[in-house]
Design a protein around this ligand. Structure first.
Ligand SMILES: Nc1ncnc2c1ncn2[C@@H]1O[C@H](COP(=O)(O)OP(=O)(O)OP(=O)(O)O)[C@@H](O)[C@H]1O
Length: 155
């Protein structure tokens, strides 16, 4: 739904050239960013610029630019490069999850389950921590990763 609203917003800009773009932006803002990830370190400036970046890409498909619409906030310079990470996350989310991967979660051994629960808790509580999973070859690191991928994609 938020994605469809962003597309609708861009379509309105392109085809109707509304009188009060800023009001349309302000009124639609919250609904358009509903699906954006909100980590603890994600502030409003990031959300605003991510939205501008997404709208900008939609406008580009019609050879239009953000700056052509007076009243629209402008994106901070260099923001596009900062979004590379979120594109990587979006790519990860397109990987299909097999039933076998979903079964992984129930099959985790004690060590894997401990790691799974610790990392999952940290993600759910938006701690923004980094974990390094190490161990001898064949111990089940990839298996643990597949369980995570299945769990969070399902979510
Ligand atoms: N909890 C588990 N239950 C059943 N099979 C498992 C479990 N954990 C791992 N395996 C299986 O053990 C094998 C080795 O696991 P995995 O590939 O995850 O190890 P790895 O630590 O990533 O190895 P490497 O470091 O060599 O890449 C795989 O065939 C995997 O399916």
């Amino acid at each position: 739904m938020p994605k469809a609203l962003r597309r609708l917003f861009a379509t309105i800009l392109i085809y109707t050239n509304p009188y009060d773009v800023r009001k349309l932006w302000d009124d639609s803002f919250n609904a358009m960013v509903e699906d954006y990830p909100r980590a603890s370190d994600t502030n409003n400036v990031f959300i605003k610029n991510k939205l501008l970046n997404d709208i900008s890409k939609l406008l580009e498909q019609h050879n239009k630019k953000l700056k052509e619409f007076a009243g629209l906030p402008q994106m901070i310079e260099g923001f596009e490069e900062l979004t590379t990470i979120s594109i990587m996350i979006e790519d990860e989310l397109t990987i299909p999850v097999s039933n076998e991967d979903i079964t992984c979660i129930k099959m985790l051994n004690t060590g894997q389950l401990e790691a799974f629960n610790t990392i999952k808790r940290s993600i759910v509580e938006k701690e923004s921590r980094t974990f390094f999973v190490d161990g001898p070859g064949g111990i089940g690191k990839t298996y643990l990763y597949l369980a995570f991928l299945a769990y969070f994609t399902e979510q």
